[in-house]
Structure formats: C-alpha cells, structure tokens
Design a binder for this molecule. Sequence first.
Ligand code: ADP
Ligand code: ZN
Length: 732
Amino acid sequence: MAAVPDEPLLAAVAVDVPGQDAFTWRVPEALAAVAVPGASVTVPFGPRTVRGFIIALERKTPEPALAGKLKDVLAVRPEVRVPPHLLRLIRWGARYYRCSVGEFLAGSIPAAVREGKTIKVERRLVRVAGFAGKLTARQQAVQAALPAEPLTWVVAMQRSGGSRDILGKLVVAGALVELVEDADVLEVRLEAALERHPHTDEQQVAIDAVAAALDAGRHEAFLLYGVTGSGKTLVYLDLAERVIAAGRQALFLLPEIGLTPQLAARVRSRIPRTVVWHSGFTDGERAELWRRVAAGEVDLVLGTRSALFAPLPAPGLIIVDEEHDQSYKQESVPRYHARDLAVVYGKQLAIPVILGSATPSLESVHNGRERRYRVLTLKNRPRGGQLPTPTVVDMRREFNEAKRRAELSRVLVEALTATVRRREQAIILLNRRGWSPVVTCTQCGVTAQCTACDISLTFHRGAGLLKCHYCGHERGMPAACPACGGTLSATGIGTEQLEQLVRQVVPGVRTLRADADTTGGRQGHAKLLQIFAAGEADVLVGTQMVAKGLDFARVTLVGVLHADRCLSTPEFRAAERTYQLVAQVAGRAGRGERPGTVIVQAFDPEALPIACAVAGRPKPFYDAELALRAEYGYPPSSGLVRVLWTGPAEPAVRAAAETDGQRILDAASPLGAVVLGPTPAALAWLKGQHRWHLLIKAPSRGAAQSLLDALGPLKRHSGVVTAIDVDPANTG
Ligand code: ADP
Ligand code: ZN
C-alpha cells in the first residue's frame, strides 16, 4: 500500500443552495484517485445527504477552526464529470449572473445526471429517408432490408441480417440514426435535400473570415447579418463540417421555436452524428444524451439555450442562430443569456462564435459598430427571389373607408381569397391566443379578472373557459355577469376567433391554428407544421410561434394583424421587438419560386419600427433606436440590472424593496449609476405575489458588476424572494 500523505485532500464542493459557491469536505484516501474537479460527489450536508460537484481540490492542513468539523465525502461518481472547460464557464456565469455555482450547476446539468439515476434507455435505430450517400453493396442491402419503423439493435440485426458492425457503420455514414426519443422519428423521415451548392461570393467571404479564426486557433465573434433565405445555414454547416473534420465538435443554438424537424433533418443530412437537445426530453432521455455527448459520440449538438451546457469534450465552433431572440434569456435562476454566455465561452476556449440574424439585437449591432464583433453581411438570396415589399394597411383609415370595424382589412381578405384560389398557402399572425382578450359586463362594466394576477381573463370559446395567460388559472365562462346578472360581452380578437373569421370570409378554406393551445404535447408544434408543409391546410393562423424559422415554398401570402400592439407596452425593447417581428415575417413569404405578398395591418403604420421593417431599411431604425437607448441610459448604452422583490404580503415586499433600495442607491452613486425605484412593477400582482422592483442603469456592464460586487449579497427578508436579474430581457 502506498504511504498515506500527511496532509488531507480537501475538496471544494458546490451544492444546490443559494449564497455560498462551495463548501469543504475531506476526501478519504480510498477515493482520492477518482476525485477530480467536475466529478459528481455525495456529501453529508447538515442532516441530509446531497449531491454536488467538486470545483477545486487541494492538499493542505485544514485551518484549526475547520479541522474538527470537517466531514468526509461519501462517494464519488467519476463517470459523471463536468468537463473542466464547461465548469469554468459555469463558474464565470454564476459570478456574472449572481447566483451560487451550485445553483448554476443545478440549472444547467440535467437532474437525472446530477442525481445519478441509472435509467435504461433502449437505443433504437431508424432508417433515414432518402439517404443519398455512398454505401457498399452489402451495406445497401442491409439498409434496404430495414422497415421505416424504429427497431432495437437486436431486432434490427435479425430483420436485416446485418451484423452489429455493419449497422454501426451505417450509423456513422448517416444512413441510420440512433434515436433517443420517439419524436425524432418525424425528423428522420423527412427527406432533406443534400445541399452542396457552390458558395455565393458573400457566403465565401463569410466562410473565409471564420475559417481564418478557426485555423489560427483564436477567438473572434462574428455577426452574420443576412436576410432570411440568404444562406446563413449553409455557412454554419460548412464551417461546422470543417471543425468536425479536425476532430472537434460544434454547438448550434437556436431559439425554442426555431427547432423544427425540417432544420434537424437538414443538419443531420450533412452531419450524421447530430443530436437534438431541448427541454422536452424526459429525464432518462436527457441522461442518455448527456452521456453520449460527454463520451464524444456526437459531432454536433443542435439545441435551445440549455444546449450551451452540453458536455462536449472539445467544442471548436459555436453558432447562435436568430441571436436576437428573447428565448435565449432564462427567466429563472440561473438567469443567463445564452448568446452572451456563448461569446464568453468562445473567448475562454479560443474558438470563433457566429451570431446570426436577419434582425440583429441592438446589442449586437452596437458591438459590431464598436468593432467588438466582426460583421459579415449576406445581402442577397442565392436562389434569387426578391424579398417581398410589404403592403401596410392603416387600420384607422380602413375603418373610416369601410364604415365598419373589421379585423381583416379588405386588401387582406382579397389576397387571402386569391391565394387560396391559386392553391397556394398563407400564414396569418396575431400575437394573442384565445377568442377574446377581454370580457366585460355590458351593464355594470366589470371586467373578468384573474384572482391571482392584475390581468384580465381571456375567453376561450372552444373550451368554454376564461383563462389567465400568466398563471394558468381558469374557470368556466359564466352565462351572465356574476356581480349584477348583466350580459357579458367579449371584445378584441385572438387566434381562435381569427381562425373562424378566416373561414367566414373565405368559404371552403382549410385552416390550421398554431398557438400554445393547439401545440401542446411533445413536438405538437412540429407536427402541426408538418401538416401544413404537407399541404393539408391552406391558411395557418398563429401567434409569434409561426413568425420564425418557417420555410414553406408554397406560402405566398403572409398577413400580420395588430403589428403595432407591442409598441404600447412599457418595455424598453418594445420598438426593437416590433421591428424584428415585422421584418422577420416579411422574410417568410416568397421563399419558393413564386413571389410573395406581405400585408401588415397597423394603427400607426408610420411608427419607425414598422415603417423601416416594411421598407427593408434597417439603418434608420437602428440609428434612431440606439440614439434613444443612449439618451435614456438603456442597453447597449448601459449595464442594466433589475432587482425584483416578490411575496404574498404587500407590506413585507415593500419594506424589503425600500430597505434594499436604499443600500443599492448608496452603492450606485459613487459609480455613476442611476437607480430607478423601487416601485411596484408594471405587473404588481402576479401569480398570487406582490411585486416591487428597481432598475440600476450603470454606465457599462462592467460598472454594473462592480456595483454588485460592492453591494455584496442582499439581506434575506422573511416572506420575500429577492431576485437579481443582470441584463434583463423583461422589465414588466
Ligand atoms: P437562411 O439560413 O439565411 O435563412 P438558408 O441557409 O436556409 O438561409 O438558405 C435558403 C435557401 O437557399 C435554402 O434552400 C438553401 O438550400 C439555398 N441556398 C443556400 N446557399 C445557396 C447557394 N450558395 N446556392 C444555391 N442555393 C443556396
Ligand atoms: Zn393569473
């Protein structure tokens, strides 16, 4: 036996509690060989036994105060290890977004992995439709012998007569896919045209720029600013292939609604060892994915924001598509922004990061102008096809001329009718689900309100319910006003009513609706889009989830209702979101051979975000908006931090906000930061909680961090939850 070292091995272990990053335990010598940073361990924690991750190790004599109290690590699971580079990113993120390392790990490593559940996931194989790659005659015969249904390895071997070795080769070649979940089957059955187009000049310039950084092994952040359909995806995939050929892996992030089976099929047709990573997986599936990624069995991870924390052994390139999208910001602890953290990761790893968008965020445009990001532009669509010039309908004038209040303008009705007659397809977008957003009594004027929120209830006619879209509360729609017995009237329109309206104005039309009410269940969204893509409906009516990432060749008409509604919300990003919505939608029509028509209905069509989006002139919008942000001290001209206090009792919430607010103000003044509030939040009562908040506008992100450092942890107030949100996406 080896001699026992004099000094004990001490492990700093992060556990899932707020406040302190790590606590110290002694590693018994029997476990010393397997205890490595990033490894999952079991430790006694007060009266409980908990799991945590080792974040540092050191041999030293414990301080006398600690020595007596020191307890032993109970177990190490070396098979679950957060790679060192990922651990470094998470530690950085915990510091920047102000939570403990343990909390960040808990929010980024799947529960099943952390808890060490051994879940058996049966791996199954499915044939890829329309696989066009090269195979040997024997491989071809084996592939052809397999049915379209997924089979376990053993059954697949029996059915095809192929050995495990041959099936394995077919997987590597991309002719078979190994599934983690059923829903993937959909994607594998899609035939993705293998794209190997010669690059356009613009694409070549972009690829060369990123490749130069790749070859030199240096970090650089690129903003790939390209109109929809300009061939950004092709650029990503070509670069990813290079990275993979060099033995590293690629991360491809996209917004929640951008993750469609079409895209997954497209990526997989180029890069067979691709896995899709999103929040809809079961625990077992996640654990299995994690294991495969960590084991180096995967070349590309395609996923939503949490995919940033996939344990790739050697990431070589990070792609953040639709970088402006709001879903990159997590709205619960850890409150990270995946795009910003991706850039930090790229810096730490010395690898390039590509942020792509047709409507970049103000932050990224600013970073481009300041030369922190290199801007690469794609101005043209390689397959030709002009971006349609939208028609704007001024709804005030429409009401005057048509002499009635109709939700669908005459132009839009005409265009819809013509589109359907030509057997083409249309998409109509309205950012509100349900039948009517407001239900009022015609006699006493009372509006149906949620009991737990300051929100009026939305009428869902099909379900016969009044629903709160914030907390999920629902109750039956009463026959008469509960207060006075008067008649109830539903005003305003949501997607449910819009779908019916479309059926009325275009007799015989086949409609489909995509919103949170119709896309429930795993991959419900994908299935709906599938039906639409297959031409089984003429008109797709939906909320913003239809605005992005769709690429349907037969869609020649896109309509947007209430395009300017978002402008009246008290959010500093309201103009940016409006611009992005309209500009994105405009890019959706006319992607195929046939030209597209876009019709935008608004009450204030002259509003700059709408006018610029419609005219395809981004610069005046970005210039004006950046100037406004600078004038009012909002990002990207400042470092914004929001502090939010919530609790069931108003006085306690208010007292906490006022006490902490004073301390924050004292810390802010010397750093030149401005503090707004504390005040009740715009949504002052939500999900049964009173809400107070405060905004810190520091001169820069760095200054905001210095301020938070100087402030130190905020006191805990009983009955109140305090949240610090760095770079908030929402301030409502
Ligand atoms: P984006 O990601 O910018 O929306 P895509 O990469 O989806 O654009 O490209 C739009 C369409 O143009 C796709 O059908 C793609 O196959 C095609 N395409 C991309 N690059 C080229 C090219 N160099 N030559 C011909 N077609 C191309
Ligand atoms: Zn509610």
